[in-house]
Ligand binder design. Structure first.
Ligand SMILES: [Zn+2]
Length: 112
């Protein structure tokens, strides 16, 4: 039996659009790089505008949130970057950056 988050992820993968051009992405253009019980990191590859994106999905007690960003890494490059010991960015670090950005007032001084 699939965990409810896995079911939600399957539904989500049917409804993902490119943030750059707005075209609907096919399942073949969506890669799951990391998946835990609460956290998922997706890599999106748009055939139409040839852009790449990383999307972090968190589903836990506080609720569900999605944080996406453009990248120049292909899915293979992203996997390589994430698995190299010294370069690895943990899911918790991504969550910390999201929470920091969410709480900031958009002032450049907050980022320095
Ligand atoms: Zn696109």
């Amino acid at each position: 039996m699939k965990h409810i988050f896995e079911k939600n992820l399957e539904i989500t993968k049917e409804n993902i659009y490119c943030s750059n051009c707005g075209k609907k992405l096919s399942r073949e253009n969506i890669s799951v790089l990391i998946q835990t019980k609460e956290k998922t990191l997706l890599h999106l590859n748009c055939d139409h505008c040839h852009s790449f994106s990383l999307v972090f999905v968190y589903s836990g007690k506080p609720g569900v949130f999605v944080f996406g960003m453009a990248t120049d890494l292909s899915n293979k490059e992203a996997i390589k970057f994430l698995t190299e010991k010294n370069n690895a960015i943990s899911m918790d670090q991504v969550l910390e950056v999201y929470q920091f950005l969410k709480s900031s007032k958009g002032m450049m001084d907050d980022f320095i």
